[in-house]
Design a protein around this ligand. Structure first.
Ligand code: GLU
Length: 279
């Protein structure tokens, strides 16, 4: 038994050494050149079906497909991507500290965020909506939320919007939307608010079928951008070129059909968007 234990400790030490030798602590989010030999760290959500979802070693969703396409254009094949979980409240920090090079995580372009990071895009336009239990007819829009228990995520535009719009709501903020879904199903909260893309993905999950419904009256415009280091105009331009190419060669539409189609989500007017100029 003793020798097995020592063997395990040695193996763990070797793994730890290997990990740091691979540069997982590097502060530039992976190589900047894009020569193909190095890897690139890309931030996504891990728990949003249809957008960014990790299942074992598999990563799927619209954000994942756009990220793979853009990475390829930058010179990184899919096997050179290191996926990094990027919860809403941590995105600016992950970028500015160099823990990721790019973020594709239902990340709305806003002026407040532009103080800390730059964005390429938008590559998609969604709208904020509400998810409720299927048998609930009392919540039909933001003006019916007074006194209700509403869940959203810290650091999201969704939480900020309801705070501004519905001061009478009892808002609970969690770290991820999947925690909100669990609370909604167990009746800990009455509704969940965020982008309709995300809500449609949850409502279509096998275990929630017939239990949850999206209200279906979007009340904001969420323009999804690719987060990158503030002021890196050259990188912004490369990402923008890749997004334009993805839209014009049909890959964008295929990614929408593959990832959002199964949940019955139809992209609203404004899609596919025209990316902004990189300032
Ligand atoms: N798109 C919104 C945002 O960037 C809500 C979704 C999210 O939190 O990722 O805040």
């Amino acid at each position: 038994m003793r020798s097995t234990r020592i063997g395990l400790i040695a193996a763990a030490a070797a793994l730890a050494l290997g990990a740091s030798a691979c540069g997982s602590n590097s502060s530039d989010g992976g190589a900047s050149g894009g020569s193909g030999g190095d890897s690139i760290k890309i931030g996504i959500k891990f728990d949003q079906p249809g957008l960014g979802l990790k299942k074992g070693d598999e990563y799927t969703g619209m954000d994942v497909d756009v990220a793979k396409y853009v990475a390829k254009e930058l010179g990184y094949d899919a096997d050179k991507i290191e996926w990094v979980q990027s919860p809403s409240a941590q995105r600016e920090n992950l970028i500015s500290t160099g823990q990721v090079k790019l973020i594709f995580a239902t990340y709305s372009i806003t002026d407040a965020r532009k103080e800390k990071v730059s964005f390429a895009g938008p590559y998609f336009v969604a709208g904020q909506d509400l998810l409720v239990r299927a048998d609930d007819s009392s919540i039909t829009g933001p003006d019916t939320l007074d006194g209700k228990k509403l869940c959203s995520v810290t650091g999201s535009t969704s939480a900020q919007k309801v705070k501004d719009k519905v001061p009478g709501v009892n808002l609970q903020e969690f770290g991820t939307y999947s925690e909100c879904v669990a609370a909604l199903v167990s009746k800990g909260v009455d509704a969940l608010t965020t982008d309709d893309t995300i809500l449609a993905g949850y409502a279509a999950q096998e275990q929630y079928k017939g239990k949850l419904k999206v209200v279906g009256k979007p009340f904001s415009e969420e323009r999804y951008g690719v987060g990158l280091k503030k002021g890196d105009t050259a990188l912004c331009q490369k990402v923008t070129d890749a997004i334009n190419k993805m839209i014009s060669d049909g890959s964008w539409q295929k990614a929408v059909d593959d990832n959002l189609g199964p949940a019955g989500y139809k992209p609203p007017a404004g899609n596919p968007p025209t990316p902004d100029a990189c300032a």
